[in-house]
Structure formats: C-alpha cells, structure tokens
Design a protein around this ligand. Sequence first.
Ligand SMILES: [Zn+2]
Length: 293
Amino acid sequence: MLDFVTALWLGFIGACIGSFLNVVAYRMPLGLSVVWKPSHCPKCGHDIRPRDNLPVLGWLILRGRCRDCGEPISPRYAIVEAAMGTAFFVLAYVELFSGAANLPAALADPAGALHSVVLPNWELIIVYGYHATLLSLLMAMGLIDQDRQRIPRGFLFFAAIVVCGFLSYQCWFLYPERTRNIRINEWKAPLDATSGAIWGAAAWLVPLVALRRRSSEPLQRFLRNAAIASAVTGSFLGLRPIVRIFAIWLFTLAGRRVIAVKWQVAISPLLLLWAATLVHILLWNRLADLFSW
Ligand SMILES: [Zn+2]
C-alpha cells in the first residue's frame, strides 16, 4: 500500500513535470518566459483555470476543448503528461523500491517505499532523480524537435549545468564510497560521461559536417537536435548504455512508421529516443547481459 501510494504520488509529480515541459517546449524556442505567465488557450487567449490545469484529468474533464471558446485542444498535452506520469510511476517500482535492482551495481537491499519515505536512502533517491531528470530533459528536447524548432542555447546551458552537478556528486560521493578505490573511480564517472557524450554526438555530427553543403535545412536542424539529445543521454548514462540505446532506438523507428501510416502523425525520432532510453533504464541489467562486450 505504501509502495503504491508513493508510486502514485511520484507519477503525479511526473505528470506535472510533463505539463511544465509542454510549456517549456512551446515557449523556449520562441524566446518567451517559461515561468512568469500562466497557461492560456492558444486560440482565444483566456487563462486556463487552475482546476482545468490538472495534468491529464483537466484535458479529460474538458473533453479536449477550451472552456471559453470551445476550440479543440491538442491531445498531445495530455499524452505527454500521461507518458511522463507513467514513466515516473514504473521507474519508482523498478528502480527506487527494488534497491536499484535494474542497475548493474545494486545500491541497497530492497525495502520498497520504506527506503524513500520512512527511512530515506538518499543514494537510491538521487539515482531515481538522476534518471527522472534525464527523461524530463529528453522529453523537452523531443517536443522541441517535434515542433520543428532548434534546441535553444539556453536549454543547452541548463542541461550542461545539470550534468556537471550530478557528475560532481558522483565523483565526490557515490563512486569512491561504493568501491573504496578512490584513485580509479574518481575519474571513472567523468571519463565515462565524456566518452558517452562524444560518441552520442559524433553519430550525428559526422553526417552533419559531411553533408554541410548538400543537406536541406530540416535535415540539418534534426541532425543538430539529435546530436545534442544524444550527447546529453551519453553524458548521463555513459558509453556502453548510449550504444545499446542506439540499438533499441533503431527498433522503435519501425513503430514510427506504423504510427505514421495509421494516424498520419509524424513523430519526432527524438521522442522515440526518450522511449528507448526509458526501456534501457528499466531493463539495464538484462540488456547488459544481452549485449556484453
Ligand atoms: Zn479558448
């Protein structure tokens, strides 16, 4: 019961973050303030009432229409909120309550939500927050790419600060403590993060530079966005995971074709990178066994 309530609460936070990411993805490329203006209907400009602003539920209560002008509101907002909420909910069970049993190096004995609420195990909570942060950044970048915008510099700067913050935490607290071999592991986290970022970005920067003259504007924009998103993923998770994520990503591109044919919606491949990354985090141990080298 405690597990379920805690997971539900985390899922609700995830859905609220999804709601915020919708706003970030819409406003940031246009250079608008992310924080200071309340959400409003893009058609008639009326502010959204607080009770209609609940993630997913607000859209369902309104049956996808604006309360003031009756214009349809895109289901995309509710889908993003539901996807983020579900991701946080599932990740709570698979990672937080299991003692990070999904990861190659287990952090603690599994004790369910007890370790997050009653007797907080901060190491576990930070690992959960780390992956939740990566998924949030990836979702924002996927939505920006979906809108055919370039990922803004301000966003990149923010992501870099987050990466550096978590890396310094790993260097000074997590790695040395886990193995008691400070000399090797002090450098392990930043080295792995750097090589993950370089390889993730290189996969897209090589074609971007090679095709510089001959590629169209939309292709250049996509390659640039994909390089940034892959570099962020690689710096969060490391070199081997980013290679495995690319392999999963290739499979999800088949799903993209199915959706394009069935609903006539072209999903940004970067949103599928979000899905591939989530799958990788959830099945990390099994995938590491499957493609070991
Ligand atoms: Zn309206």
